[in-house]
Design a protein around this ligand. Structure first.
Ligand code: NAD
Length: 479
């Protein structure tokens, strides 16, 4: 295969960095290798840590306005390269071009909006004097990112880390490192040397970062299983951690919905990015009175969706991003078939398809214990479930070790709000898909995560509280 490692280089100390080995990058729409990325080992990681540690004191001492200006420049560079970055993102990730453009634009928006956040801080009059609370940066932060939204999820970490005065080592997924590496390259000279380092590598690199004594915090987005390994690895040096993990979000559809009006939005809340969204709808509880009509409406809509290579015009849904995930989702569909579940649509793959394509699969009212209900599919497979009492739907939605998000659909907003209040999740959206905002915390409850990204909570996650007391009138010690 052609060696493309020179085209995709890591960024350390503001310059290009190579590795001795490389990893192949596959286009999921074709199943073929089309590029390679550097495979960093311990030496390259040490270089990145040294660069970041060296840059930290100056960056932490920079005024907030200067850091805001750097983030604004980051946003402008990403925005200016939106089309080229989006085309590369489609090739490595598989999503349709319009969605890739939205993701790249979303990263620029996230950087801009985060730059405008106010830094938390407080002054109070205590019994012994005036106490000023500031939030001090942690130091070197490691960002570990998955393959479903490589660009925007990287920015969820870069922007708050840099604004609060930290420096970062960012590691994209081995399946989707290319667009992130290009962004690192574009930002050389825009972000001061060493403040943002981008390293790529295989399965060994994440654990190396988690264990590295020169890294003070890991902000991790990925599966719950890996999140537990990150937490265990971080314990040795008591690193701070933020974990944004998996979910099995329930949609609860109340009987008063307008079926035709909600069908497209509800459908895409589950199937955007081929279902590979942490916060996607992964099971839909539909009231008995409207179950048949809504199920038919969703199946009809699904039949019209254009699935294919994301660079082809008109394509609305791409492939599964990588082979292991493709095999996992296929296994879930096979399990549904051998369990005798009824498919409203999908369920059989096209044997002629070259890439990792799976059909949109809707499963008709499986038992609650079915794997397709209990597990996070992270692919275009969705169970529709019938309920009779709202309290029963809420109980079934909450009977999960996950607690990431959920949605409620209904015309009576008070009734919908009452259901939203009872869902044991970090986010709930009424009558729409959930989309994290840089202005509010996005946090997983239960085994969906620890900590938050976004808003004031997201900034605080990159800091240690520090109080400075200006003493007055201390009581004298006796004698
Ligand atoms: P993953 O856990 O396999 O990998 C995520 C990242 O962790 C990758 O960069 C990987 O290289 C790295 N990694 C792997 N093993 C590691 C280890 N032992 N120590 C440190 N790092 C390690 O997840 P994935 O398959 O890339 O992504 C899909 C999962 O991510 C789904 O479960 C999805 O729900 C979740 N996700 C969560 C959010 C959120 O914000 N809550 C967002 C997107 C995706």
């Amino acid at each position: 295969m052609t060696d493309f490692t020179r085209d995709f280089t890591m960024t350390i100390q503001g310059g290009q960095a190579l590795a001795r080995a490389s990893i192949d990058i596959v286009n999921p729409s074709t199943g073929a290798v089309f590029a390679a990325a550097p495979d960093a080992g311990p030496d390259e990681l040490d270089a990145a840590v040294a660069s970041a540690r060296g840059a930290f004191p100056d960056w932490a001492a920079t005024g907030i306005d200067e850091r805001r200006a750097v983030l604004k420049a980051v946003a402008a560079i990403i925005q200016a390269n939106q089309d080229d970055l989006a085309r590369l993102l489609v090739q490595e990730q598989g999503k349709p071009l319009a969605d890739a453009r939205a993701e790249v634009g979303g990263a620029a928006y996230w950087a801009n909006a985060t730059a405008d956040l106010e830094m938390p801080g407080d002054t109070v009059d205590g019994p012994f004097g005036q106490v000023v609370t500031r939030y001090a940066p942690l130091g070197v932060c490691g960002g570990i990112v998955p393959w479903n939204f490589p660009v925007v999820l990287a920015m969820f970490k870069i922007a708050p880390a840099l604004l609060t005065g930290n420096v970062m080592i960012l590691k994209p997924s081995p399946f989707t490192p290319l667009t992130t590496l290009k962004i690192g390259e574009l930002l050389r000279g825009v972000v001061p040397d060493g403040v943002l380092n981008v390293v790529s590598g295989g399965d060994a690199l994440g654990p190396l970062m988690t264990a590295h004594p020169g890294i003070d915090k890991i902000s991790f987005t990925g599966s719950t299983a890996t999140g537990k390994r990150v937490m265990a690895g971080a314990a040795a040096s008591l690193k701070r951690i933020t974990l944004e993990l998996g979910g099995n979000d329930a949609a609860i559809v109340l009987p008063d919905v307008d079926i035709a009006a909600i069908t497209p939005t509800l459908f895409w809340s589950a199937f955007r990015n081929a279902g590979q969204i942490c916060i996607a709808t992964k099971r839909i509880y539909i009231h008995d009175a409207i179950y048949d009509e809504l199920a038919a409406s969703l199946a009809e809509y699904a039949a019209r969706v254009v699935v294919g290579d994301g660079l082809q015009p008109g394509v609305q849904m791409g492939p599964i991003q990588n082979r292991p995930q493709f095999e996992r989702v296929k296994d879930l569909i096979a399990d549904a078939r051998t369990s005798g579940l009824r498919f409203l649509t999908g369920g059989t793959e096209d044997p002629a398809a070259k890439g990792y394509f799976l059909p949109i699969t809707l499963i008709d009212n499986p038992p609650e214990a079915a794997r397709v209900v209990q597990e996070e599919a992270f692919g275009p497979v969705l169970p529709l479930l019938r309920y009779r009492e709202v309290a029963e739907a809420v109980a079934r939605a909450n009977a999960s070790s996950y607690g990431l998000g959920g949605t409620v659909w209904g015309r009576d907003l008070d009734a919908a709000q009452a259901v939203a209040d009872r869902l044991e999740t970090g986010s709930v959206t009424i009558n729409g898909a959930t989309s994290p905002s840089p202005l509010a915390p996005f946090a997983g409850h239960k085994q969906s995560g620890i900590g938050a990204e976004g808003g004031r909570d997201g900034l605080l996650a990159y800091t240690n509280p520090k109080t400075i007391t200006i003493a007055r009138d201390q009581p004298r010690s006796p004698g």
